[in-house]
Design a protein around this ligand. Sequence first.
Ligand code: NDP
Length: 313
Amino acid sequence: MATENTKCLIIGSGPAGYTAAIYASRANISPILYEGIQPGGQLTTTSEVENFPGYPEGVMGAQLMEDLRKQASRFGADIRTGIINEVDFTQRPFTVTADDGTTIVAETVIVATGASAKYLGLPDEQRFAGLGVSACATCDGFFYRGRTVAVVGGGDTACEEALYLSGLAKQVYLIVRKDFLRASKVMQQRVMDKDNIKVLFNTNTLGLFGNEFLEGAHLVEFAGTDKERKFDVNIDGFFLAIGHKPNTDIFKGKLDLDEQGYIVLAGKDQSTSVPGVFAAGDVADSHYQQAITAAGTGCRAALDVEHFLMEHQ
Ligand code: NDP
């Protein structure tokens, strides 16, 4: 199989990967970018993006990613469909293998593989994806002004999403599988103080229903006990907030990861525990996880690569 050399390999194609490709291409680094399992990343699964600066009328997530891709191509980024499934970071240049068998020998690598929202695994979640089911209240909450929504989860993210939605929606149900919230005390208090958030403890989701759009959820309280009660709630939106999983499986043991699996940045820039390997976007950020912050760190990573290459000529 073919072996190719590059000054910079970018793994991942969300806002971080494409922005890194734009900057690296304009710096004459001629990067190769592998798009990964979900070309365009998480934004391709959302509907309209209204909070990315520069789009006063909003833009469809898929369109925004297509525009970023075109912009990177325009400056010569070599964008490829395919998945990187093995990396060797033990010595530089690094050796990386793609799923078609191509071996890339790269002087630097930018990891921008993102994170994936966890779903419950109900078939109905796929059926109503973009039609009422979302994993991002900041992205999609605005469409539920004056309506009724549910958030699933009992952690800080779920509380944050419920609080955000309570400012837009008429009624928010917070569906919590245990009899307590795992979130910090201050977040719990804020949730309890909101008149339009109703916390449903000891409750699980059995399914979703609706015709074209989501209309409600089938729930069960105290499942498997003698107090078990099945009931429905009428909702227009169903928000998953049960955590994200960073896409770092192939980097385990190769880069420093935190206990949740996110890449740990080594200092004030985008460098990782391996000199010459940089990380950008949600894969190294469990906190902000916004398209614009991912794009910003993609820019930073490309500038870091430029510096690194100059220093290691
Ligand atoms: P967490 O892992 O903290 O919480 C996940 C929640 O989802 C838990 O309540 C869990 O329930 C529930 N859950 C998981 N799987 C299921 C399932 N299959 N069905 C129903 N419920 C489920 O994730 P978060 O995303 O909330 O937070 C991640 C990290 O980020 C945390 O450390 C958090 O503190 C931090 N964070 C901090 C913020 C802040 O400081 N402002 C904001 C957001 C996040 P159970 O409790 O039963 O396991």
